[in-house]
Design a protein. Structure first.
Length: 91
């Protein structure tokens, strides 16, 4: 299959079929880059080299009011998950 390079602008989105191999270089800019990974997959479509079985275990649905009622745990201001110096992919 051909290698295809895609350059995106701020606010653009790129969607992949779950069976397409894809990757991204590290974000070395001063701007944050967000990604959302949402996968809907048949249990018979086993992921390549998947170390866990998380892709084949059904998730438990949370009630609609959960976002308003439940408290977060460990995600305070000190979590720093958007700080580049804590990003393992850049090391």
């Amino acid at each position: 299959m051909p290698l295809i390079y895609v350059e995106l602008k701020a606010g653009d989105a790129l969607f992949f079929h779950s069976n397409i191999l894809h990757r991204s270089e590290a974000n070395t800019s001063e701007h944050s880059r967000w990604s959302l990974i949402s996968v809907y997959n048949r249990s018979s479509n086993v992921p390549y080299n998947e170390p866990s079985q998380s892709g084949t275990v059904p998730i438990e649905a949370a009630p609609d009011e959960a976002l308003l009622q439940w408290e977060t745990s460990g995600l305070g201001e000190s979590a720093g998950f958007l700080e580049k110096e804590k990003d393992e992919a850049l090391k």
